[in-house]
Design a protein around this ligand. Structure first.
Ligand SMILES: Cc1cc2nc3c(=O)[nH]c(=O)nc-3n(C[C@H](O)[C@H](O)[C@H](O)COP(=O)(O)OP(=O)(O)OC[C@H]3O[C@@H](n4cnc5c(N)ncnc54)[C@H](O)[C@@H]3O)c2cc1C
Length: 416
């Protein structure tokens, strides 16, 4: 990329992607000595409100596995994410944050958190960088972008129009409206000639009308979830399942939710013994039946599973609760194995955008340049973060996408 004399960059949206874009643009411009004015327009009182809520207030800001192909990312064309993720990968992201003072640590499954366990530290670090680099931050709700003879005019609610040479749209999606998610950026991009793939809530709780769900309310258990529709497997995940009464939450269910949002009907196959083969489980139940021949089936699973889950397996398998364990037939044993390993409940969709952590769908990525995040429709227009039709699994993948795509957009806007 060659340095040019871009004078004025506006970033619409002061979330993770927008703040990273503004900082990256300011650094890139300073490195080549190009004088630039960079302004972040944020409609909320403060920038980065969502960052404060991430990772239960601890901010799971990245994941070491974010660059493993695009396996952790979803959308119409998830491979689009690879180039930006590889260019500004977790290692570079951590080096960036460390440069501004944030120390990080790695937890299970490659999840990266600030060492101090405070999401506010991540935001403070970003705000400190913006200040230091002279980026302007302004409370303003962007209502329109229009193409001018030279550059763009960005209109904000209240009537003011701001001129700029480049504009980066990083207004996020529709998830978590209380934290700024309004989806208004889709109309801005549509007006610039872009198409939007259907949007849906993702990383959100699954809903089920099954009466079994009500019985499990409040229980957490390690388990596998396989979502399938018309016999076709949509996604499989293992981890801690949390039963909510109206359905299932927990990381495996959240990861599966984007696939449920897109289906008219689907079902979840729950595996409550994901670390045992059906044969191992059968053997285990057989020796248990021998050792516990004196108990009836209502007490058979105590000490193995949560008491309510144990009773549920017995009922689901059609075994009488009063049957002595000693009298279990091999057919009943097989029915119990299948109740434990393949407990099937219908899924009636997901919770909505208010509860969702991210938005699936968005600006069609085939219309964007994967290296620079520049629009292929309109030179000088860029988009980054959740606004694009890319979202990641739980575990730091979404913030990494916001940092990587924001970085690509910022550097390219400053230096193309
Ligand atoms: C509760 C919760 C927990 C999460 N935890 C994690 C986690 O631990 N790890 C992880 O990787 N991901 C997590 N995520 C997802 C992650 O936070 C988002 O994917 C990421 O913040 C998206 O960044 P963004 O900048 O694209 O969008 P956003 O963060 O949504 O930022 C967009 C910004 O643009 C502003 N805006 C919108 N429209 C306009 C407009 N017209 N004019 C001006 N400003 C506008 C909004 O107010 C907002 O501040 C979590 C999400 C939620 C809701």
């Amino acid at each position: 990329m060659n340095a040019c004399m871009a004078k004025n960059i506006i970033v619409a949206g002061g979330g993770a992607a927008g703040l990273m874009a503004a900082i990256a643009a300011a650094i890139a411009a300073a490195d080549v000595g190009a004088p630039e004015t960079i302004t972040v327009l944020e409609k909320m009182e403060r920038v980065g409100k969502k960052i404060l809520a991430t990772g239960n207030g601890r901010c799971n800001l990245s994941n070491w596995n974010a660059c493993a192909g695009h396996t952790h990312y979803h959308g119409e064309a998830p491979e689009f994410a690879e180039r930006a993720l590889n260019a500004f990968n977790p290692e570079k992201t951590l080096a960036f944050f460390q440069r501004w003072g944030l120390m990080c640590k790695t937890e299970d499954d490659g999840r990266i958190y600030p060492m101090c366990n405070q999401a506010s530290a991540v935001l403070d670090i970003l705000r400190g960088a913006l200040d230091h680099l002279g980026v302007h931050v302004r409370k303003a709700d962007v209502s329109d972008i229009s193409i001018q003879k030279k550059g763009f005019a960005v209109s904000i609610h209240g009537g003011e129009r701001l001129a700029c040479d480049k504009v980066i749209v990083a207004t996020g999606g529709r998830a978590a409206p209380a934290l700024g998610g309004s989806g208004g950026g889709y109309a801005l991009m549509e007006k610039m000639g872009h198409s939007i793939t259907p949007v849906y809530p993702a990383l959100v709780q699954l809903r089920s009308d099954s009466p079994w769900m009500k019985r499990l309310k409040g229980i957490r258990a390690r388990g596998g979830i396989t979502l399938q529709s018309s016999g076709r497997v949509l996604i499989e995940r293992v981890g801690e399942l949390q039963f909510t009464g109206y359905g299932v939450s927990g990381i495996p269910a959240l990861d599966a939710s984007g696939f449920a949002s897109n289906q008219k009907t689907c079902e979840a196959l729950l595996d409550f013994a994901p670390d045992m083969t059906p044969e191992d489980l059968n053997q285990c139940l057989a020796s248990r039946a021998k050792a516990l021949s004196h108990v009836s089936m209502d007490r058979f699973f105590i000490g193995f599973f949560h008491r309510l889950m144990g009773e549920m397996f017995v009922k689901y398998a059609g075994v009488p609760l009063t049957l002595p364990a000693a009298d279990l037939s091999s057919e009943q044993m097989s029915a119990l194995v299948s109740a434990i390993k393949c407990f099937t409940v219908p899924i009636a969709g997901t919770n909505g955008f208010s509860e969702a952590q991210v938005t699936g769908g968005g600006v069609r990525v085939q219309e964007m340049n994967p290296s620079t995040m520049e629009s292929k429709k309109q030179k000088g227009l860029y988009a980054a973060g959740e606004l694009l039709d890319i979202y990641g699994d739980c575990g730091g993948y979404n913030l990494q996408w916001a940092w990587s795509s924001g970085y690509a957009a910022g550097v390219s806007a400053a230096l193309d």
